[in-house]
Ligand binder design. Structure first.
Ligand code: SAM
Length: 279
């Protein structure tokens, strides 16, 4: 059932946009001294070798992180993310940090993380990666259920990243249901949902589902490498952020033109930052 392995896709253009948004949200949360809670519902393994057979097979990172790695003109918002990756690479790009590693790198002593992953092969790698890190708990649990089980956090501040594989079409509905459960318990939390655009009508189910919840302050951020298509393959991806830090909209409007040029030199790319529902 769980056939998706993120090791085939780590560092692709979708990861780049997702992880820049993640880094910017966490940076904003750290502007307050008070601790926060980070919940990563679909964690993956945390660290990926770009020299692995899986990464080599698809080569997706070559059209993603590798296009940014040696740039000397990075906007500061992108540099934050690249600098986090430099910490786990000595010079050459060999490893890619998944969302839990990027987030855990940013935790302060007063912050806390819960990382869940269901895959029987990936979970032990995740557990091992963070076994000795204080304030980080890993669990082999269903990530969607954590929006009931782990919220509200005692810190009363936090970010929930929901990053399912969408290999099951149900995921498009499950993310919306999970948000409803989470928001009931923790309405002031920041929620970030990653989504692919494979068929636009599937992505629209998330947007329409969220609109129907009545929740306000929902920002959509997207980068497309090609126009929408009925053919196989992901043409775009994005992040839907509920209660985004106030800076995020402007930051993404500033850097997405740059990212589109660098990640899509073929010239077929486009981007958008729009409110699904404003305040
Ligand atoms: N968030 C990771 C990152 O950015 O580095 C990547 C996550 S990957 C897109 C999705 C992960 O969700 C896979 O590792 C998959 O095994 C896991 N998964 C699938 N269904 C799940 C569920 N119901 N609960 C928790 N994990 C799940």
């Amino acid at each position: 059932m769980l056939s998706y392995r993120h090791s085939f896709h780590a560092g692709n253009h979708a990861d780049v946009v997702k992880h820049i948004v993640l880094t910017l949200i966490l940076t904003a949360l750290k502007q307050k001294e008070k601790g926060f809670f980070y919940l990563d519902t679909h964690s993956g393994v945390g660290r990926y070798s770009l020299l692995s057979a899986e990464a080599e097979k698809t080569g997706e990172y070559i059209e993603g992180i590798a296009r940014l790695w040696d740039r000397t003109d990075l906007p500061e918002e992108v540099a934050l993310y690249i600098n986090a990756l430099k910490k786990i690479n000595k010079g050459k790009l060999r490893f890619y940090a998944g969302s839990p590693l990027l987030a855990v790198q940013q935790l302060r002593p007063q912050d806390r993380a819960l990382l869940t992953e269901l895959h029987p092969n990936d979970f032990p790698l995740l557990r091992q990666e963070f076994a000795k890190v204080p304030n980080v708990v890993t669990k082999r649990e269903n990530g969607f259920q954590q929006l009931k089980a782990a919220l509200p956090p005692k810190e009363k501040r936090g970010l929930v990243l929901i990053d399912p594989p969408y290999e099951l079409k149900d995921d498009y509905e499950l993310v919306v249901q999970a948000i409803v459960e989470g928001y009931k318990r923790f309405a002031t939390g920041v929620y970030a949902i990653w989504y692919p655009v494979v068929l636009r009508q599937h992505t629209k189910r998330i947007v329409k589902g969220l609109e129907a919840t009545g929740i306000r302050k929902i920002l959509q951020i997207e980068l497309a490498v090609r126009p929408d298509s009925d053919q196989r393959g992901m043409t775009a991806s994005g992040m839907i952020v509920i209660n985004p830090p106030w800076q995020l909209e402007g930051q993404m409007k500033k850097i997405l033109p740059y990212l589109t040029d660098v990640l899509v030199p073929e010239g077929t790319g486009s981007w958008k930052v729009d409110w699904i529902t404003p305040e």
